[in-house]
Design a protein around this ligand. Structure first.
Ligand SMILES: C[S@@+](CC[C@H](N)C(=O)[O-])C[C@H]1O[C@@H](n2cnc3c(N)ncnc32)[C@H](O)[C@@H]1O
Length: 364
């Protein structure tokens, strides 16, 4: 099986490393926020349930060059959908498009949807039902310039939605990016980790989930692959139990602090819902002891905190405090204002956070 994996733009190499660790296969980066890997059916379960960096796992059925919607129709119609959908199942096409075209992604979805219906009707003599709101099977069609990728979504809602965020911070970090920061820090469970601007605690929670080998527990029943009858679903149930048996709960030296008691209380709630144990406390990051092995954090962007002057002052104070502290071995900082740091980082990775250009700065 050819699997198309999506992740956040900028963290593809972390995702490739995680895929190798999880399924012992080499994934190749196939563009921004995308990886490809050859795997078997079991890998679909493992990647969905156990990965922390991926957003979606798509079983790729077709990759084809095309220029007109007619060509797209013919390419999609050539897929043997009878192998993947049962006659009573409803489906929907979800389409996305990148590049210059004289058609929209809605046109792509409409044409591809008709091609699925016609292909199935010709092969099986049954007209498949379309259900745009709650389809049993989701066919993904991605158009990138003159190439179309057609596949079956095995995930559903993006995997970065872990389900533990009961407290909503106004500027939360995606769990997949939080996990990537922890991996870039090369943190291991024996080392202490501190997030001095922890907000709702995502970085600390993701570090703990990683150390405990915690699967995506709260998403267990929501994956779209449960509807795919051509997959060995009985075996998948056993694999869930095996993955859960590998969870290694232990005490971890992970701490997070924030200047806002409200966010600290929220971080505790989120950690509890995630089922991990992390210590959160209220403190000013420019005064707290930065005594730790790895410091991993996401600084305020200045969009909500007020004036640019205020944010520049906070960055300067924190940088001075960081440099004066001698214990940490590596600091990994995600920021929307990298230019406010005077010290040259050992490494800089630019990533887009939604529409916001941000950078991961690594200091050693
Ligand atoms: C971008 S948010 C962090 C979001 C967090 N990563 C999450 O996923 O929820 C930055 C946080 O820094 C906190 N903050 C601002 N100034 C601070 C200071 N001097 N000391 C500690 N925290 C501070 C804010 O309250 C905010 O929660």
């Amino acid at each position: 099986m050819e699997l198309l994996l999506t992740t956040e733009r900028g963290i593809e190499s972390v995702a490739a490393q995680e895929v190798r660790e999880l399924i012992r296969r080499r994934a190749s980066v196939a563009g921004e926020g995308r990886l490809r890997v050859r795997g078997d059916a079991r890998d679909i379960l493992t990647l969905n349930y156990c990965s922390n960096s991926l957003h979606r796992v798509v079983l790729l059925l077709l990759e084809s060059e095309f220029s007109t919607l007619d060509e797209l129709y013919r390419a999609v119609k050539g897929i043997a959908f009878g192998e993947y959908l049962s006659p009573e199942q409803s489906f929907a096409v979800r389409a996305s498009r990148m590049g210059e075209h004289d058609f929209t992604s809605l046109d792509v979805a409409r044409v591809a949807g008709q091609a699925v219906i016609d292909s199935y009707a010709e092969a099986r003599g049954v007209r498949l039902k379309v259900n745009l709101d709650a389809p049993e099977v989701v066919v993904r069609v991605e158009v990138r310039q003159s190439t179309c990728y057609v596949g079956i979504d095995t995930t559903g809602e993006s995997l970065h939605r872990r389900g533990y965020r009961v407290y909503q911070h106004p500027a939360p970090l995606k769990p997949s990016i939080s996990y990537a920061l922890v991996r870039i820090a090369e943190w291991s469970a024996e080392e202490s980790l501190l997030d001095p601007f922890c907000g709702s605690g995502t970085i600390c929670i993701e570090a703990a989930r990683y150390a405990w080998r915690m699967p995506n527990l709260l998403r267990r029943e929501s994956f779209l692959f449960w509807k795919l009858k051509f997959l060995p679903l009985e075996e998948f149930r056993e694999m869930l139990v095996e993955a859960e048996a590998r969870v290694r709960k232990r005490e971890l030296p992970i701490r997070g602090c924030d200047i806002s008691p409200k966010h600290v209380a929220g971080a505790r709630q989120n950690a509890e819902r995630a089922g991990v144990a992390v210590s959160f406390f209220t403190c000013d990051a420019t005064r707290v002891s930065l005594d730790c092995d790895k410091l991993v954090t996401n600084l305020p962007y200045g969009l909500r905190i007020g004036s640019r002057y205020k944010i520049a002052r906070l960055y300067r104070k924190f940088e001075r405090h960081l440099l004066a502290s001698e214990t940490w071995k590596r600091a990994v900082i995600l920021t929307g204002a990298p230019e406010l740091f005077e010290t040259e980082p050992a490494q800089r990775i630019d990533i887009m956070y939604g529409s916001l250009p941000t950078a991961i700065l690594v200091f050693d």
